[in-house]
Design a protein around this ligand. Structure first.
Ligand code: PGA
Length: 254
């Protein structure tokens, strides 16, 4: 059975103290209120990782993740953070290919394939984000775009490596806009993604792949989204910045 995951993406929010107090609230609420098998991943800025991983010790339902990692192992890349460094903090996951990284930092599928390799080599589990822009959807290119992102970013992996990935479908037009994909729209793409994985890696790998939905997911629409057969959880931006809002989404799997 594939893992159900609700991941928070804090993006560039929360100073050090704010992050610690938000996370403390989150783990206490998870401890008190989460009764299902779902797993919670909090993807914080780099400055919080080590402290959050420390706080999360003993809470087996909660893991920590970063929001980016460099493709090189180490070296003269001033200001960058390597996968090995992230892993050394106790973080287990790393978001790669978020549309904001693609848009503002020019990250391409080719670069992301390298980042995924380096993350896996350093025992991090990539949360690999794919998704179409509004223009691409309006011109009915969304299936083609998703397929290309998936193939160029991750289909060079062997089945065992691919099995360590979490895929996040995040339509760019739904991120931070308050416009959510309908559960039918999201399910259609999730099913498409899973079918592409079947074609490449076979039924078993596809059935075991966790595919998250992201884009204006909140406590109101999560129930409907998470109820779809191919949606295995969410990647939550804005609503992960308030512990109550985030937990209400997490609890949709109780
Ligand atoms: P949002 O962001 O929930 O604020 O739309 C989701 C994301 O970017 O991962």
């Amino acid at each position: 059975m594939r893992k159900k995951i609700v991941a928070g993406n804090w993006k560039m929010n929360m100073d050090y103290e704010e992050g610690l107090s938000l996370f403390s609230e989150v783990i206490n609420m998870v401890h008190d209120e989460v009764t299902g098998k779902q797993h919670v991943v909090v993807c914080s800025p780099f400055i919080h990782l080590h402290s959050l991983a420390h706080l999360a010790k003993g809470y087996n339902k909660v893991s920590i993740g970063a929001q980016n990692a460099h493709q090189a192992e180490s070296g003269a890349y001033t200001g960058e953070i390597s996968a090995k460094m992230i892993h050394s903090t106790g973080a287990e996951y790393v978001i790669l290919g978020h549309s904001e990284r693609r848009q503002y930092f020019g990250e391409t599928n080719e670069l992301l394939a390298k980042k995924i390799d380096t993350a896996l080599k350093n025992s991090l589990k990539p949360i690999f984000c794919i998704g179409e822009t509004l223009k691409e959807r309006e011109t009915e290119k969304h299936f083609e775009v998703i397929k290309t992102q998936l193939e160029e970013g991750s289909f060079h992996l062997d089945a065992e490596q691919f099995g360590k990935l979490v895929i996040a479908y995040e339509p760019v037009w739904a991120i931070g806009t308050g416009i959510t994909a309908t559960s039918a729209q999201a399910q259609e793409i999730h099913m498409f993604i899973r079918k592409e994985i079947v074609k490449k890696y076979g039924q078993e790998v596809a059935e075991n792949t966790t595919i998250l939905y992201g884009g204006s997911c909140n406590a109101k629409n999560a129930c409907d989204l998470f109820g779809q057969p191919d949606i295995d959880g969410g990647l939550i931006g804005g609503a992960s910045l308030k512990s109550r809002d985030f937990l209400d989404i997490v609890k949709e799997f109780n």
